[in-house]
Design a protein around this ligand. Structure first.
Ligand code: UDP
Length: 248
């Protein structure tokens, strides 16, 4: 296996958006129909969780590509001497994949979010990227006994890309559990992106994204995320420790 740079033991691929997109295309074009490439967009919260959870860390390190989703992980990577070009977020990567899918004829499947949201997201994507083929959609509030039906639908409709928006890291575990059965060339967890693409939730304004303040906007609009973001100072502490250890 190739040696990849890592942040707190989690693989990270220091790729630009365009390079990540080309990598996705490579996974699809060369796909051995039996093999699924799992793409993870990693943020500081999940990297922090994985630091204390070897199984999650192992899952991340088995992925085909891991991009830095948030400014925290970009900062952490750079502190550790990894030359990360910038953020490659789940939602941006998803939009760009859909844009390319429309021109290449790849079919996509949307799984996740509350009933009705994935359908609306699919309609909006088709409007934005004419020609985009939607293989299927399914909401993310299913019971375990409904999973075989969802899996059968994905296999039957044979998308090239499966977007899973169940929240992290549940979506990563879901993909990991089923990817061998699904045989979809590219599976990627996209968190709450379906809510945003459907218009159900607002993304931070462009200026906030540019200033790397998207996390602050989310905190202000979804105060329930406060508890989750409490790990961020601890993540910073671990990065500083890791950097000191590297130096000595
Ligand atoms: N979700 C889902 N099924 C569940 C729980 C959550 O489909 O049982 C969806 C939820 O509706 C939302 C997404 O998962 O669309 C989680 O969004 P969030 O922004 O919290 O993602 P994260 O930041 O955890 O990646």
């Amino acid at each position: 296996m190739r040696d990849h740079p890592s942040v707190l033991g989690c693989r990270i691929d220091p790729l630009s958006m365009l390079a990540a997109l080309d990598r996705v295309e490579g996974f699809i074009e060369q796909a051995d129909p039996k093999e699924s490439s799992h793409i993870i967009t990693l943020n500081a919260e999940i990297a922090y969780q994985a630091y204390y959870d070897p199984a999650l860390r192992d899952l991340i390190n088995r992925a085909a590509m891991v991009t830095p989703d948030g400014i925290g992980i970009v900062w952490g990577a750079r502190q550790l001497g990894i030359d990360v070009p910038g953020r490659v977020t789940g939602i941006d990567l998803m939009e760009r994949i859909c844009q390319r899918a429309a021109s290449r004829g790849w079919k996509i499947y949307l799984l996740g979010a509350e009933p009705g949201i994935a359908e609306q997201a699919a309609r909006n994507l088709q409007q934005r990227y004419p020609g985009l083929i939607i293989a299927g959609v399914h909401h993310g509030y299913f019971q375990p006994d409904e999973e075989p039906e969802i899996i059968a639908d994905i296999i039957r409709t044979a998308p090239q890309v499966l977007f899973v928006g169940l929240g992290a890291p549940r979506q990563e575990w879901w993909i990991d559990q089923y990817k061998d059965q699904l045989q979809v060339p590219v599976c990627i967890g996209v968190g709450g992106s379906l809510d945003v693409i459907s218009g159900h939730k607002q993304r931070a304004p462009e200026w906030a994204i540019k200033l790397n303040l998207e996390w602050l906007y989310r905190l202000a609009t979804e105060p329930s995320r406060f508890k989750r973001q409490l790990v961020l100072p601890r993540f910073v502490g671990l990065i500083i420790k890791s950097r000191l250890r590297k130096r000595s």
